[in-house]
Design a binder for this molecule. Structure first.
Ligand code: FA5
Length: 380
């Protein structure tokens, strides 16, 4: 049987628990204050490093307060162990010992309960504020996109030719040897057929190297008479530089009818360029050679910047080179099923990318395909 203990011996053990409580309580004492008091937030500072948010600190304080409560008042606490000893206290002292224990228990449990309630309230307020939605705030307006400069110029070219009575044809980007070369009167040994100049697929198709291929498709499909333009992408094995890309855009033009002459070609190109660059624009034709036209000519127009006196854009020549043209070769008409005895026609082709560069004063056409939004935004 255990020896009886009196209150004198029991009391120091109660005091020791209280002392342990007081030491740790120091950190939690701010939280019995109302959570909107500045001291409350200050008290949280010891619950996490400087950088973390008040919310994180409050969550950590709440976890630690719960651990503290378990340590002091839980089943395995010193208080709980001491409570079991009460029956060993001498009967005369048992009442006071019991009262001392109850007082200590309340002294610890009540403030800790307040601390937990306040911390929960504090955390709840922050979460509500974070999730709050101000329905009166203006919404985010999505940024409107805009057309690429090449598309802008292509559409302008299309508008002009549609108003001159031309249809718009859509061609294929992958072509057979026949459409890319043979039907265009390009002989078997012509350098353009070499793989140094043209991209071939492994099964013998070629990426079209010019929009002239659409001439053949259009004549085969529609027959003569015919007026069409065909804007589109073309591919050449050119090394990129300020005026070359391996992929670029051309516009092809074709007019086939009875009695079409070089005069119609010159009149059409001159009218197109006047509408494109202004009434003062002058056009000139220089003799040239293309296998699919005879005679052939390249055409230039007077510089839209300096009007012909010479500047940086026209490299001081006063003229800007734009494209190739000519009277459609009888072999091409015949190959596409049009009788060259009855019909004649003219064709022309020009590069859109260089035209865009000239119009917007770009000194490098590679900018057009770098997809740098800082560059593209300028065309909004
Ligand atoms: C032709 O492609 C002919 N098909 C034009 C033609 C059509 C002649 C109908 C007669 C009848 P050329 O190879 O010169 O021609 O190219 C025409 C235009 O494409 C050039 O004036 C130039 O503006 C543009 N061009 C050529 N190579 C490139 C390139 N690598 N990058 C950007 N533009 C280019």
């Amino acid at each position: 049987m255990t020896a009886e203990i009196n209150f004198e011996d029991f009391k120091p053990r109660v005091d020791a628990i209280e002392e342990a409580f007081q030491q740790k309580w120091e950190r939690f004492r701010y939280f019995v204050l109302e959570p909107d008091r500045p001291e409350f937030a200050e008290g949280l500072n010891s619950f996490g490093p400087e950088g973390i948010s008040l919310l994180e600190k409050a969550k950590s304080a709440l976890t630690q307060a719960k651990e503290f409560q378990t340590e002091m008042l839980g089943r395995k606490s010193r208080l709980s162990a001491l409570r079991k000893e009460i029956r060993n206290v001498a009967a005369a002292d048992r009442g006071v010992a019991g009262q001392a224990m109850t007082r200590l228990e309340l002294q610890m449990s009540q403030p800790l309960e307040i601390v937990e309630t306040h911390l929960n309230h504090f955390i709840g307020t922050i979460l509500t504020r974070q999730e709050a939605l101000d329905v009166t705030l203006p919404g985010w307006r999505p940024r409107r996109g805009h057309l690429h400069p090449i598309t802008l110029v292509r559409e302008r070219i299309e508008d002009i030719f549609v108003s001159l009575g031309y249809a718009i044809e859509d061609g294929r980007e992958i072509e057979t040897d026949f459409y890319n070369f043979t039907a265009l009167n390009i002989p078997d040994n012509h350098p353009a057929r070499a793989s140094q100049d043209t991209f071939y697929t492994s099964d013998g198709f070629a990426l079209r190297s010019q929009t002239s291929t659409v001439q053949i498709h259009a004549m085969q499909r529609r027959g003569a008479p015919l007026r069409m333009i065909a804007p589109g992408r073309v591919f050449r094995r050119d090394t990129p530089d300020p005026t070359h890309n391996p992929m670029f855009f051309q516009v092809e033009g074709l007019c086939v009818d009875r009695g079409i002459t070089m005069a119609h070609l010159k009149g059409t190109v001159a009218e197109f360029l006047r509408r494109m660059f202004g009434a003062q624009t002058v056009t000139r034709f220089r003799p040239s050679y293309f296998p699919f036209t005879e005679p052939s000519a390249e055409f230039d127009f007077s510089c839209f910047k300096c009007g012909g006196s010479g500047c940086r854009i026209c490299k001081n020549s006063g003229w800007i080179e734009l494209g190739g043209s000519g009277m459609v070769h009888p072999n091409v008409l015949r190959g596409a099923g049009v009788d060259p005895e009855e019909f004649s026609g003219f064709a022309f082709g020009l590069g859109i990318d260089r035209m865009v560069a000239l119009m917007y004063g770009l000194d490098d056409i590679r900018l057009l395909f770098e997809n740098d939004v800082r560059f593209l935004r300028q065309f909004d």
